[in-house]
Design a protein around this ligand. Structure first.
Ligand SMILES: NC(=O)c1ccc[n+]([C@@H]2O[C@H](COP(=O)([O-])OP(=O)(O)OC[C@H]3O[C@@H](n4cnc5c(N)ncnc54)[C@H](OP(=O)(O)O)[C@@H]3O)[C@@H](O)[C@H]2O)c1
Length: 221
């Protein structure tokens, strides 16, 4: 198990907003961050590396997967299987992989919908594509602008996570706490279906209000 608070090598698979925000967030907390991309020289990636000069690097999916202690999968759902193939599953064997994806279908003029449509989840699918990795679903239930240092009037929101490997969840909990969240363990990877549905609720609120300034919190007494 990787110890909480330890400096880690974090490999971000995917160069979109989620990959960039989490990559910068973890680099600013002293972790060694590499971003994996089909084209690490593309403008979007090069600009991000420039902005975080000296703190991050960018290479191919497979080089990033081989480099990291912990991987973060932040790919468009439609490209996720290809990204994993390019990363080469053997490079991720025995490692923790944080799955931030949502299995969304985008169609012109319509709100996004879940590709899984009530049958399984992206989290389970990814665990089955990477049987030797410890997949932990996380970060999928909030918009990227609030993934690092979430600042809400009700205090830190809750990040729900799930996965089959307990030590992996301890490692991921420590990493998420470093970014300013409280963490709730929702059980095994099959709970990804709930977390992906929760993302749909988040997206529904975004569509209804035009604002992404919301996050979830479980109230207890
Ligand atoms: N945006 C958010 O606020 C948010 C919040 C929560 C969860 N999510 C989920 O997080 C994931 C990432 O979202 P995002 O908005 O950051 O980015 P995105 O636009 O969904 O795409 C992220 C990356 O996916 C990779 N990709 C696309 N097609 C590919 C293909 N055919 N093969 C291999 N890789 C491919 C690309 O990487 P390269 O071009 O570098 O190869 C791209 O930068 C998605 O699953 C999304 O649903 C997003």
């Amino acid at each position: 198990m990787l110890n909480t608070g330890e400096e880690m090598k974090i490999g971000i698979l995917g160069s979109g907003d989620v990959g960039q925000v989490l990559g910068t967030g973890f680099a600013n907390r002293g972790h060694e961050v590499m971003m994996g991309s089909r084209d690490p020289k593309q403008d979007r990636v090069a600009n991000w590396v420039k902005k975080n000069q000296g703190l991050v690097t960018a290479k191919s999916f497979s080089e990033t997967a081989a480099f990291c202690d912990v991987a973060i999968l932040a790919t468009l759902w439609a490209g996720t299987a290809n990204a994993i193939e390019l990363a080469e599953p053997g490079n991720l064997a025995g490692k923790v992989l944080i799955d931030a994806t949502n299995p969304l279908i985008f169609s012109e003029g319509k709100a996004p919908s879940l590709a899984t449509n009530g049958d399984g989840s992206a989290g389970e699918q990814i665990q089955s594509w990477l049987p030797e990795s410890h997949v932990v679903k996380a970060f999928n239930i909030v918009g990227n602008p609030h993934m690092v240092d979430p600042d809400f009037p009700g205090g830190p929101p809750d990040m729900f996570i799930c996965g089959n490997d307990e030590p992996a969840k301890v490692t991921v909990t420590g990493l998420i706490e470093e970014l300013g969240w409280l963490v709730i363990d929702q059980g095994g990877i099959e709970s990804s279906a709930y977390l992906e549905s929760l993302a749909m609720l988040w997206i529904g609120q975004y569509i209804a209000t035009g604002s992404g300034d919301h996050a979830f919190k479980l109230l207890r007494k």
